[in-house]
Each structure stands twice: as C-alpha cells, then as structure tokens.
Design a protein around this ligand. Structure first.
Ligand code: ATP
Ligand code: MG
Length: 277
C-alpha cells in the first residue's frame, strides 16, 4: 500500500511547475523531497493535500484517487500536512490548535458546549487526552494553555507538526519544517521526526537543510524544474553528479568554479594535499 503519483502535472498558466512526475512513497519509510528554489516541491505537497487542483495525471493513496476529492475529503482520507509558512490559529491556545481538527459543525458550537450529553463529553475528554499526548511528545504540554501566537518561532513550528498529527494521518507531509530554526532546534526536530517513523505511516519531508534530510530520510526524490531528476538513498543522491549540477549550476559553471578555485590557489600559493591513510 502506498501513495502513487502517476504522470502528475501542474501548470500555472503557461508555467509548468510539475512536469509528468511518476513515483511512489511507501509506508514505514521517511521520504525526502529536495530541489533548488522553484523546483516544484511545495506544488507537489499542495496537490497531494488537495489544496491545488491537479492539471494532469493522478494521485492515489491505496485505492483512493485523491486528486478527485475535495480538500476536506483528502484530509479525511488520511493526509496531514504542515505549511512552508506557519499557519496556526494565533489567538487560540496551543491545545485548541490541535482540538480544532476535530471540530464538527453539527455537534459543536456554544449551545452544544452547554448541552453536551455525557457520551459526547467522554469523547471530547478522550480527544483532549490524545492531543495532550501529542503535545507531550513535542515538549509542548506545559504550554497547552498559552496563545499559539505568543510561542517562540521554533515552538510554533513544532506545534504545526503536532497539529498535523492530531488526526493520526496515514500520510504526513511536512513542507520545510526546519525553515527558520537554529542549529539546536533543527537537531531536536530531526530527533523527533525520526521517532515518528512508523510502519503505518508514510512521511514526506520537503527540506533545504541537507543535514536534516541526509540523516533523517531513507529515500530522497530530487526535483529540478518540475521534473523528477533523481531518486535514491541519501548516499546515492550525494554521489549523483546530476544532483550536484542541479544545485550548483550547469557543467560549464562547475568547470568555471573549478578553474576559479585553481587560479585563486595559484595566486595565494596554496597547494592542495591528499589526506594520507
Ligand atoms: N500559487 C501559484 N501560482 C502561480 N505560480 C506558482 C504558485 N505556486 C508556485 N508557483 C510557481 O511554480 C513553480 C514551483 O514553485 P514551488 O513553490 O512549488 O517551488 P518550491 O520547490 O517549493 O520552491 P521553494 O524551495 O522556494 O519553496 C515556481 O515557478 C513558482 O513561481
Ligand atoms: Mg516551497
């Protein structure tokens, strides 16, 4: 059982942001998606989460065509996500930011809060416990009653991930979870994300922080100009010349960079040495 992209294409007007991408993501695996700015990473996440319509191709989770569903149906099918730019309910508490995932238009509201039958109260208490458990996992439980907008930036990032987990998603999509975090916070995040690896769950992490990606992910998909450039283990990705070129420029650029470095060494009288074994 897996999440499958089949010939997936997204065009914004004449700009093809995702160009016939076919690949699959498996349960129990932490997948990374990397690529230079504008490669189409967020577009992939947004299509998978039902935020942006697909232009061509299909997204299938197990036997469900996600691209044919409305956004709320995609969430109900088991997709949880975070955003590249934090989107929390700033004026609600940390705990309420998780509880809101269970909001039910029919059964919620001020009147219902007062008239709740005992069964509903028990259901609510169980959900609250579950949300508190998740907050505990992210080291946020002692902040449960604080306004989300008042948390330091790094904690807000953690809260976004906690919220994405509240509904026990089958697929967890994280769009640049380490953006704006300092070195210490990124290390903490990497550890917590590693602990979320589960045979039940597909994790997909879009990230620019290469230390995080290389140490966390089991498999990495590289996008470049909307196309699938490379897929493999972290070691294979690091060894790929295609990937190096995508990040550093064209082969000519690389030759220019090498030539410039050699000229600088010659000018400064520096000689390169090989490490002796
Ligand atoms: N809502 C949108 N409307 C129009 N064009 C968009 C929209 N979102 C993205 N694009 C374009 O699609 C292409 C891919 O953008 P996308 O945001 O998916 O890249 P990315 O890989 O997430 O980049 P970054 O690393 O900077 O976050 C870019 O050319 C971008 O300008
Ligand atoms: Mg992006």
């Amino acid at each position: 059982m897996s999440l499958i992209f089949d010939n997936l294409t997204k065009r914004y007007g004449s700009n093809t942001a995702i160009d016939a991408v076919s690949t699959r993501f498996e349960r129990g695996v932490i997948h990374g998606i990397i690529g230079p700015n504008g490669a189409g990473k967020s577009t992939l996440i947004n299509m998978t989460a039902g935020s942006y319509p697909v232009t061509e191709g299909a997204i299938t989770l197990d036997d469900t065509r996600l691209d044919l569903l409305a956004k709320y149906q995609v969430a109900n099918a088991g997709i949880g996500r975070t955003y590249q730019n934090i989107r929390l309910f700033d004026q609600m508490t940390v705990l309420e930011n998780l509880e809101v995932c269970f909001y039910d238009r029919e059964k919620s509201g001020v009147v219902a809060e007062v008239l709740w039958p005992p069964a509903a109260r028990r259901r609510y208490a169980a959900r609250r416990e579950k949300c508190l458990d998740i907050l505990r996992f992210f080291g946020l439980d002692h902040m449960a009653d604080l306004e989300a907008g008042s948390l330091p930036y790094g904690r807000q990032r953690m809260l976004e991930i906690a919220r994405a987990l509240a509904q026990s998603p089958k697929v967890l999509l994280l769009d640049e979870p380490a953006a704006g975090l300092n070195h210490h916070e990124t290390a903490e995040l990497t550890e917590r994300l590693a602990a979320l690896r589960s045979p039940e769950r597909i994790m997909i992490v879009v990230e620019h922080d290469m230390d995080l990606v290389m140490s966390l992910c089991d498999r990495i998909t590289v996008l470049h100009h909307g196309k699938l450039l490379f897929e493999g283990t972290p070691a294979e990705v690091q060894a790929s010349r295609d990937v190096q070129f995508a990040y550093l420029g064209t082969q000519n650029d690389i030759e220019d960079i090498r030539a410039a470095a050699a000229a600088r060494r010659a000018f400064l009288g520096i000689r390169t040495r090989r490490r002796s074994h």
